[in-house]
Ligand binder design. Structure first.
Ligand code: FES
Length: 154
C-alpha cells in the first residue's frame, strides 16, 4: 500500500496522480458538454440543411417573404445559435445574434421591437441597438444576403 506510506515522495505522487485524474475528467466533461443542451441535434440537422441548400454560399435562414417589413423573425444559424432576421424596408434584410447582451437569454421579435423575456431589454430590429432595459450593448450583427428570395448567411 504505497498510498499510506509515510514517505513524502510517494504521497506527493499520489496527489499528483489524483490531480491529473481530475483534470482529465474535467476536460472529458467539457468535450462531452459541447454546448448548452442544444448540441445533440444541432450539428447533424445543420449539415443536412446545408446540403439541402444545394452548396450555395450560405445556409437559408428565412424566406424574405416571411419576414415582415419593419419587423423581424427568429432563425437559427448553421451552428444552432439563435438569430434575428429583420427587414427594415422592403427587400433589405439585416440579421443579428439573438443572444441578449445583458445575461445571454434569447431575444425574440415582439411587434415592431425585439424583446428579451428575461429582464425586459428591448432592441431595435433594424439596427440591433439596445433601446431599453438592462442590456448594455447592441446585438451583434450577422452578415446575410438575399438569394433567390431567401435570406442566407454570408
Ligand atoms: Fe436579456 Fe437580462 S438577459 S434582459
Amino acid at each position: 500500500m504505497d498510498s499510506i506510506s509515510t514517505d513524502g515522495s510517494v504521497s506527493r505522487r499520489t496527489v499528483l496522480a489524483t490531480g491529473g485524474g481530475v483534470a482529465l475528467a474535467a476536460s472529458t466533461l467539457a468535450a462531452c458538454g459541447g454546448g448548452d443542451g442544444t448540441t445533440p441535434s444541432g450539428p447533424s440537422s445543420s449539415q443536412s440543411a446545408m446540403a439541402g441548400a444545394g452548396g450555395g454560399a450560405g445556409r437559408v435562414l428565412a424566406k424574405v417573404s416571411d419576414v415582415p417589413v419593419g419587423g423581424a423573425v427568429s432563425a437559427t444559424d448553421a451552428q444552432g445559435k439563435p438569430l434575428i432576421v429583420s427587414q427594415p424596408s422592403a427587400g433589405s434584410v439585416v440579421a443579428f445574434s439573438a443572444i441578449c447582451t445583458h445575461m445571454g437569454c434569447t431575444v425574440a421579435p415582439d411587434g415592431k421591437i425585439l424583446r428579451c423575456p428575461c429582464h425586459g431589454s428591448t432592441y431595435d430590429p433594424a439596427t440591433g441597438t439596445n433601446t431599453g432595459g438592462p442590456a448594455p450593448r447592441p446585438l451583434s450583427k450577422v452578415t446575410v444576403s438575399v438569394k433567390d428570395g431567401n435570406v442566407v448567411e454570408g
